[in-house]
Ligand binder design. Structure first.
Ligand code: GDP
Length: 322
C-alpha cells in the first residue's frame, strides 16, 4: 500500500470510447479529476509501437487506465482468435512498456474472468490462475490477458512500478456492443427482446442450452472499483471484480424479457456453443478491503435497456443476424 491518488494527476484512459473506458471517464469527472487525457483510435493507434512511444514521451502521464482492448462475445472470440491475441498483446506490450519508459508510476490493467481455467472450483479465487486448461472458445483472448497481468507483475518486480490488474466478470452497461455477431450475451438478449416485442414475434432465440451460469457486473461498478483501488493506494496484485452471485443464461433471458416487456417463448439453439459451464468470481479480496458492487442486476438491466432504447431508437439498429 502507498499514497492515494493526487487529484491533479494526468490520467490517460486508453480506450475511452469503449464501455469500460467511457465509464471510467464518467466516474473520473464525477469524482473531480480534471486532468483526464484521451485519444481516439484515429489519433493514436495503440498497436503502433512508435506512435505509442511518441505519445508517452510528450504527454507527461502520471496514471494509465488500460481499458483499450479487442473484445467480443463467444462467437467473435471463437471465430477470430488471431485478431484477439495479436491486437491485445500489441496494445499491452506497447502501452505498458512505453508507460514504464516514461516513468508512469501507476497503471491499472483490465483483464477478464476468462483468464481462469475452464474447470475451476467456484467461486473462482485469484490463486486459481494457471492451475489447469483454459476454455477453448476464448483461449487466444485469455492468453493475451494473462500476458498483460504478467507484464504488470514483471515490471513491478524488476522496475518497482505500481501496476495493478483488475479482472472483471461479464460486464454490461452504456456503450456496449449490440451487434449480434460480436456481442456478449446480455446486450444480445436485450436487443433480441426489444426487437421481438417491437415486431410482435412469438419466440426469442437463446444460444446454447441456457444452463451455463454467468455473473454480471454493471460497468459503473467496475469504474467505482477502479477509483477505489487507486484511492486506497493499492500498488500491485490481481483483483477479481464482480458481484459474488451468478445466474443461468435461461434466468438471465427471463429477467431481460421482463424488463423489455417481451412475453413470448424462449427457444434454445443447441447448435451454438455453451462455452465454459460456470464463471463465478470470488470477490472477497476486494471486499476485505471495503469495496462491494452496489448496482443490482434487474436495476442495472433496466437502466441499460433505457440507454439502449435511447441510443438505438427508430430503425437505426441493423437487422437481426441470429
Ligand atoms: P462468454 O461469457 O465468454 O461465454 O461470452 P458470451 O457473453 O458471448 O456468452 C455467454 C453465454 O451466453 C454462452 O453460453 C452463450 O452461448 C450464451 N448465449 C445465449 N444467447 C446468446 C446470444 O444471443 N449471444 C451471445 N453472445 N451469447 C449467448
Amino acid at each position: 500500500m502507498n499514497s492515494a491518488m493526487n487529484r491533479q494527476a494526468r490520467i490517460f484512459v486508453a480506450g475511452h470510447r469503449g464501455m469500460v473506458g467511457s465509464a471510467l471517464v464518467r466516474r473520473l469527472a464525477a469524482e473531480g479529476y480534471p486532468n483526464v487525457v484521451t485519444r481516439t483510435h484515429a489519433e493514436l493507434d495503440l498497436t503502433d509501437q512508435a506512435a505509442v512511444n511518441r505519445f508517452f514521451e510528450s504527454e507527461r502521464i502520471d496514471v494509465v487506465l488500460l481499458a483499450a482492448a479487442r473484445v467480443g462475445g463467444i462467437f467473435a472470440n471463437a471465430s477470430r482468435p488471431a485478431e484477439f491475441i495479436y491486437e491485445n498483446l500489441a496494445i499491452e506490450t506497447n502501452v505498458i512498456h512505453a508507460a514504464y519508459r516514461a516513468k508512469v508510476e501507476r497503471l491499472v490493467f483490465f483483464g477478464s474472468s476468462c483468464i481462469y481455467p475452464k474447470q475451476c472450483p467456484q467461486p473462482i479465487r485469484e490463486e486459481y490462475l494457471l492451475t489447469s486448461e483454459l476454455e477453448p472458445t476464448n483461449d487466444a483472448y485469455a492468453i493475451a490477458k494473462i500476458a498483460g497481468l504478467k507484464l504488470c507483475e514483471a515490471y513491478n518486480r524488476e522496475y518497482g512500478t505500481q501496476y495493478v490488474s483488475l479482472m472483471p466478470t461479464n460486464l454490461y452497461g452504456p456503450n456496449d456492443n449490440y451487434d449480434l455477431n460480436s456481442s456478449h450475451v446480455l446486450p444480445a438478449l436485450l436487443r433480441k427482446a426489444h426487437e421481438a416485442r417491437r415486431d410482435g414475434a412469438a419466440t426469442l432465440t437463446v444460444w446454447g442450452s441456457g444452463t451455463p451460469r454467468r455473473e454480471f457486473l454493471h460497468v459503473d461498478d467496475l469504474a467505482a472499483a477502479t477509483l477505489f483501488v487507486l484511492e486506497h493506494g493499492v500498488t500491485e496484485g490481481l483483483f477479481n471484480v464482480g458481484v459474488g452471485e451468478d445466474l443461468s443464461i435461461r434466468e438471465l433471458a427471463e429477467c431481460i424479457c421482463k424488463v423489455a416487456g417481451f412475453e413470448g417463448e424462449l427457444v434454445f439453439d443447441a447448435s451454438k456453443p455453451d462455452g465454459t459451464p460456470r464463471k463465478l468470481l470470488d470477490v472477497s479480496r476486494l471486499a476485505q478491503m471495503g469495496w462491494r458492487a452496489t448496482i443490482g442486476l434487474e436495476e442495472g438491466i433496466a437502466a441499460t435497456y433505457q440507454d439502449f432504447v435511447a441510443s438505438h431508437s427508430g430503425s437505426a439498429a441493423p437487422a437481426l443476424h441470429a
